[in-house]
Ligand binder design. Structure first.
Ligand code: NAD
Length: 517
């Protein structure tokens, strides 16, 4: 994998990415010049015990810029053996560093400092994220901002995780403690590399756990950069470990390692099921954040301009690569024509292209595989008889860009309505009856999120209560806050990220009952 000489010297559309050539060995840090002209040192090694190290076998992973299809850099690829080394480091830190048992203010300070560092490095982090994932820079800036506030929120929780004193009469003293679980394995997808890492790191660290984290194959850069920041923030060695690599090697070993007590996974429902089966062998605690096919419902009394923005944000934000994307749009018959006209007009104006242009609204899809999958689904939609009213093809001839795509006239049994496409493709159905739309909305294996657009508060509350989804957004969409829990119903998984609930799955309750003489 060191044959990068074959590749042309990298030059993206702005010709500002610098690229080290690795003739014999990839250094543990490489300089990368970002499209904003800033050159930074990108770590490439595995992060174990607060140091970047070479893996046991010197294999690498290439990371490609989705907007140029060119190589950004390589990073080292771990193996099962490297996971074992990282787990030993995490286990030692859990048992011996005082992280789990010492003054919780240590955890508060480290998390708050890491939040400060996210903010200090926000432009670099946003550019790395945009470069590696393909998302537009404004979306990436939003990710960094939310990630920093999640860390700050977790920092505030660290010294407030306590049990209860339980009264059972004068004969006994009873209390509970909420203790950390131990070494946590964390595996994530590529659509929000920094945010998904932070959603797991914050509550795991606040509650005194240690972790072995694996980023997605296609997007390893921000996790390695954060690993470096975590050392500066004062996390003791072994608390945060990052092993980049493949799902089938690194991911598998994390899932089956006997010293890992909990797995937190974000990714596809298919891999989530596999992970749960494999974790069952050692009865690890498991939380799963999986796929979605979320309904977005517009009622006759909705405000058209505002709803159009919410629909667009619901499906085209982050190029549609959002687990909770509002990908099934249901519009009531009285507003259908006016809303569709306004929506199509607005969609025509969406700027797609160079992710680093501040006016770009949609960047590139993350990978060739994802790009191909989306185009395949567009083809399926056409063959199924859905009416293509916008987009339906790639944008440009270089980079993984797909035009914002709308299929109208769909029926609920179509594959494009039932399957998660994970791209900028929305289906539109017309409805008249509230009971009917609730039935359609809930007719999915998934249950991650839903949207309601209406000015009638009674209608909003009634429908919100009827929807089988972990999040219901009303007159807004893809609207996240560090204090508000996020997670799935049904096959969208279980466990929650963010909010107080995110701490629950990282602690276990011990009851102490003392007989009094
Ligand atoms: P994926 O399941 O293919 O991969 C996710 C991660 O799992 C990657 O790091 C991968 O390397 C790893 N992995 C793959 N095989 C593995 C194995 N056998 N053992 C252990 N780990 C393994 O998912 P993806 O295609 O990268 O991501 C897209 C999916 O993620 C979509 O379905 C999306 O909805 C979902 N997602 C969900 C949320 C959420 O919060 N619910 C957030 C983001 C993405």
């Amino acid at each position: 994998m060191f044959n990068t000489a074959k590749r042309a010297l990298i030059s993206n559309q702005k010709s500002v990415l610098s690229q080290a050539r690795f003739k014999s060995s990839l250094p543990l840090k490489v300089p990368i010049t970002l499209p904003n002209g800033v050159t930074y040192e990108q770590p490439t090694g595995l992060f174990i015990n607060n140091e970047f190290v070479y893996p046991q076998q010197k294999k690498t992973l290439e990371t490609i810029s989705p907007s140029t299809e060119e190589l950004i850099t390589e990073v080292y690829q771990g193996s099962a053996e490297d996971v074992d080394i990282a787990v030993e480091a995490a286990d030692d830190a859990f048992k011996n560093s005082g992280w789990a048992t010492g003054d919780p203010m240590l955890r508060t300070r480290a998390l708050a400092k890491l939040a400060d560092l996210y903010e200090e490095h926000s432009e670099t982090l946003a550019h790395i994220e945009s470069l590696d994932n393909g998302k537009c820079i404004s979306d990436a800036r939003g990710d960094v901002k939310l990630a920093a506030s999640c860390l700050r929120s977790a920092a505030g929780w660290a010294d407030k995780i306590s049990g209860e004193l339980l009264e059972t009469g004068d004969t006994h003293l009873n209390y509970t403690r909420r203790e950390p679980i131990g070494v946590c394995g964390q595996i994530v997808a590529w659509n929000f590399p920094l945010l998904l890492l932070t959603w797991k790191l914050g509550p795991a660290a606040a509650t005194g756990n240690t972790m072995v984290f694996k980023s997605a194959e296609a997007t390893p850069l921000s996790a390695l950069y954060v690993a470096q920041l975590s050392k500066e923030a004062g996390f003791p060695p072994g608390v945060i470990n990052v092993v980049t690599g493949l799902g089938t090697t690194v991911g598998n070993r994390i899932t089956e390692h006997p010293k890992i007590s909990k797995i937190s996974f974000t990714g596809s429902t298919a891999v989530g099921k596999h992970i749960m089966r494999s974790a069952a062998e050692s009865l690890k605690k498991v939380t799963l954040e999986l796929g979605g096919k979320s309904p977005n419902i517009v009622f006759n009394d909705a405000d058209i301009p505002r709803t159009v923005q919410n629909i667009i944000n619901g499906i085209f934000y982050n190029t549609g690569e959002v687990c909770c994307a509002g990908s099934r749009l249901y519009i009531q018959d009285g507003i259908y024509d006016d809303l569709m006209e306004a929506l199509l007009k607005e969609v025509e104006g969406i700027k797609i292209g160079d992710p680093f242009d501040p006016s770009t609204r949609m960047g590139a899809q993350n990978s060739k595989a994802q790009f191909d999958k989306i185009l395949k689904y567009i083809d399926i939609g056409k063959k199924e008889g859905a009416e293509l009213v916008a987009g339906g093809e790639r944008a440009g001839s270089k980079g993984f860009f797909v035009k914002p795509t709308i299929f109208a006239g769909v029926t609920e049994d179509m594959q494009v309505v039932q399957d998660e496409i994970f791209g900028p493709v929305v289906t539109v159905s017309k409805f008249s009856d509230v009971a009917q739309v609730i039935e359609w909305a809930n007719d999915s294996n998934y249950g991650l999120a839903a949207g309601i657009h209406s000015n009638d508060v009674n209608n909003v509350l009634k429908v919100a209560n009827s929807l089988k989804a972990g999040t219901v957004w009303c007159n807004t969409y893809n609207d996240f806050n560090a204090s508000v829990p996020f997670g799935g119903y049904k096959q969208s998984g279980f466990g929650r990220e963010m909010g107080k609930e995110s701490l629950d799955s990282y602690t276990q309750t011990k009851a102490v009952r003392i007989a009094l003489h």
